[in-house]
Design a binder for this molecule. Sequence first.
Ligand SMILES: [Zn+2]
Ligand SMILES: [Zn+2]
Length: 419
Amino acid sequence: MKIPKILMAAVFTSGLAAGLYLANQEVALVSPVVAQSGQDKPATSPVKARDRDFYAPNSEDLGPDEMRVIACGTGMPTARPKQAATCFLLELGNGDKFLFDIGTGSAERVSALQIPYNYLDKVFLSHLHSDHFGDMDALFVGGALMGRQKPLRVWGPSGDTPERGTKYALDHLYKALTWDLDGRKGITDPRGYVPFEVTEFDYKGVNEIVYQENGVTIRSFPAIHALDGPVSYSVEWNGLKFVFGGDTYPNKWFAEYAKDADLAIHECFITVPALVEKFKFTPQGALSVGTQVHTAPEAFGKMMSIVKPRMAVAFHFFNDFDTAPDIEQRIRTTYDGPLSLATDYMVWNITKDEIRTRMMIFDEDVWPPQPSEEPQVPDPNLKIPNSEFILNGKYDMTDVIQPIYDETNEKYGLDEKQD
Ligand SMILES: [Zn+2]
Ligand SMILES: [Zn+2]
């Protein structure tokens, strides 16, 4: 039985390796019991829990010296069910968590992780294309509804004008949510709905520290993309280094400051032929977008040959059975090191000794996670009332709603009354 290379890497770094043999580049699946006993048939059916070949949220402790990275969006600005737009979660063994970009559709992936939203309060933006911050509203409003009882903190670059900076974008996003936020006053716990706490830093800063807390140092360096402003980040903690590259033409700063990364994420755009044939771009447009505004696979490989990370992660392409082989072949013309072609829900566990790559299995039917703190009862006096005109449109339902009040009051020892 043949197993794709990327799965082989995951399998052979996992505890399941006991049940697998490598022979002439082929992998044979053999039951662990047979492998141990050498008998033809297992004497007993194995009933003990064994290490798994996938990651399931909330099922594993993170070691004190371990990093975990989860791809919550690896796609493009063009929406598709399989891949949300850019978002990577970084979790550290000290308990810190950081989101890098929150592209359109990614908040749904984040919800699958079942992490209390109070711990998802730090977002680092590479730039202000919607495929990198388009789900900020979902994380902001939905996250507060699901238990974030503190401000959402956002770090992001300035632009070449104030209007092209992160602060302007988030101040105006907050304004755009005026009706939404006013409508929640007096109805929900208000603590998560306060304005974004934005730290805007100079996009021209070269390897400058933009965050330093709790033993974690995050630096920014410029990227070359569309307009001035985009950046990449490095995170150093406990002797490990994570790098997240924003959209870019290959640049000298990444070549220098991503060096020695344990995990280096860099965009790798969809190929020019695929842009023409599948995206229906003109050849001229495909060349411009696929090789000048972004990083072509061959260029991604050349960059990773310079950076030499312990694991290179390529994203920002539709990762399908008919596109991945071409992307990989092109990368392999310029790079022969460890490689992950990222897709949504790919997970990397990183320690000094090992990088383990797996896919996540999750529950589609997730509900909001248990909040880390008790919710606050809203103050009904803060509610902005409907007009008399609208209130006069209410159909009388008091008789059918009163039993709901009675039931709830009795169950929770309250004395709530209908409006
Ligand atoms: Zn972009
Ligand atoms: Zn992008």
